[in-house]
Ligand binder design. Structure first.
Ligand SMILES: [Mg+2]
Length: 214
């Protein structure tokens, strides 16, 4: 059996698809954020990913390896996007490749470690815990599953299950009171609303799965 590897182009294609997904869900994510935040989640991410998409060819050419390319793309999100989501998603991409600098390709277990590094960077920056009604409620249970199953041979099945867990994690934010972000000020009025970051995060991670299926 040939081992699946992922190269710079895989991540570049994923980012293009993430930009398309963001454009298509801009109003939906913004609506979620209007319910319990300041209503800019979709707009902010669309500005950021559009810029990532526009600079993609340039950043690809400048980057000798996957880690550098992801870092440069993350820097765009960090600098271009207002609100909390830009720095959080920016940190994800900036830190994703930190243990794989200089590599042309990564294996699936390495990919799993990259996702973990990215999510840990989000947690480090946002200082949120599980149950705070943030994107981490989707991401943390997902990466735990991914870590536990990264050596499984059927990596697509692992990714599918991870996405399912992340999606459930997003649903789990609905009955919660927020302990981070603007929704915190709403107290009990945040109950009954899904955290916008938890929804955008599993949907963005799902792009990696879709790219793997190709
Ligand atoms: Mg907002």
């Amino acid at each position: 059996m040939s081992e699946q590897v992922f190269d710079k182009q895989f991540f570049a294609d994923s980012l293009v698809k993430m930009a398309e997904l963001t454009e298509a869900n801009r109003d939906y994510w913004t609506k979620l954020d209007s319910d319990i935040g300041d209503g800019d989640h979709g707009i902010n991410l669309s500005i950021g990913f559009r810029e990532v998409s526009e600079k993609l060819a340039e950043k690809l050419a400048e980057s000798p390896d996957t880690a550098t390319f992801l870092k440069k793309s993350g820097m765009i999100l960090l600098s271009k996007v207002g609100g909390a989501s830009g720095p959080l998603y920016g940190s994800f991409f900036i830190k994703m490749g930190k243990d794989h600098i200089g590599k042309e390709t990564v294996t699936f277990p390495e990919f799993a470690d990259m996702i973990k590094n990215g999510v840990e960077a989000i947690q480090f920056r946002g200082k949120a815990e599980l149950g705070d009604k943030t994107m981490l409620d989707a991401l943390l249970p997902g990466i735990d599953y991914l870590q536990a199953h990264k050596e499984d041979t059927d990596y697509l099945a692992v990714m599918e299950k991870m996405i399912e867990i992340m999606k459930e994690g997003a649903e789990s934010t609905i009955p919660l009171i927020a302990k981070k972000g603007r929704a915190m000020r709403l107290g009990e009025r945040a109950i009954g609303h899904k955290d916008p970051g938890s929804e955008s995060s599993w949907m963005l991670m799902n792009v990696f799965l879709e790219q793997m299926r190709k």
